[in-house]
Design a protein around this ligand. Sequence first.
Ligand code: UT7
Length: 331
Amino acid sequence: MASVRRRALMTGMGSTVPEKIVTNADFEKILDTSDEWITKRTGIKERRIAAEDETTSQLATEAAREALADARLEASDLDMIICGTVSGDLPFPATACLVQAALGITDIPAFDISGACSGYLYSLTVARQFIENGAYDNILVIGTDCLSKMADYEDRGSCVLFGDGAGATVLQPTEENDKGIVFTTLACNGSGWDFIHIPAGGAAKPFSQDVLDNREHLIKMRGRDVYKFAVEKMQWLLGECMDKCNLSVDDVDLVVPHQVNTRIIASATEKFDFPIEKVYVNIEKYGNTSAASIPLAFAEAKRAGRVKPGMTVLLVAFGAGLTWAGAVIKM
Ligand code: UT7
């Protein structure tokens, strides 16, 4: 990799999920589904669902406070806030602006990145540029989503997958060699925009009674098509991250994949014979939390003692867009 003077080091991590747990058995009461089907096809046993008055920015702020404490920084030390989210509290302004206000700070840039489940890695990659080029020092990168607010609870093929949560990371510069974010890759194939999307509520089709009657304000997903795309891209991302950084499976200490479906994660990691203990999976507890999925899992892995200084960690994600993204982090 090209050598850079400054690298972006992850100095703090935090995460949060709503208190309310919805189990597969709860879905059996409202849908033609079963715990057996959901567990076998997805690996999900339960997910956290935001309360009616609980929002994406509130979860983000809680995760941010924990990440700041972990980095031993005050909110007033921050130079920038980036939120990866597709379920902001409001169509505008950006959720990052609401987080900034909740943290009680002002006069620093705050903006959202809409990359769906790849949103955190898109945000991390943008933040990395500002640190490497010397423009900013302390950047808060958040992945936060409440897809339960947009899930169609009459569509058993999609609603059972989603959960709510937020994960946050503080990035700071380091001049130590071989530490920090050493590689990121981003991509998109916009021709698959309708694989996972919400048809209405934007400029193409503003809200109307028809929209509500036809449930077009809720998530539509072509599950099988997404599945094939997901396996292909997750495999490609793992290969690309290792190739570009001259890493073998033995050199990688941990893979934190987008928590999407245990079958997708297994198909991708088994291709490279990643031992199961090197792949962090918590989907059984939280489902697919979209942009929050990777930072939530990463923060949990760190708290569990699975992430230690000197380790090499691969992060891989894909999502609506269709987007996909990967990162190699030296802790
Ligand atoms: O971040 C990206 C977000 N999206 C994804 O990651 C989605 C990726 N796709 C998947 O994870 C899988 O495609 C699903 C879990 C969504 C579906 O699993 P599948 O093995 O691909 O099932 P399928 O869509 O091919 O459906 C098989 C059957 C169908 O019934 P018939 O037509 O064979 O009678 C579905 O109607 O399973 C039925 N089905 C269900 N049955 C019980 C679909 N959802 C459910 C359900 N409970 N919740």
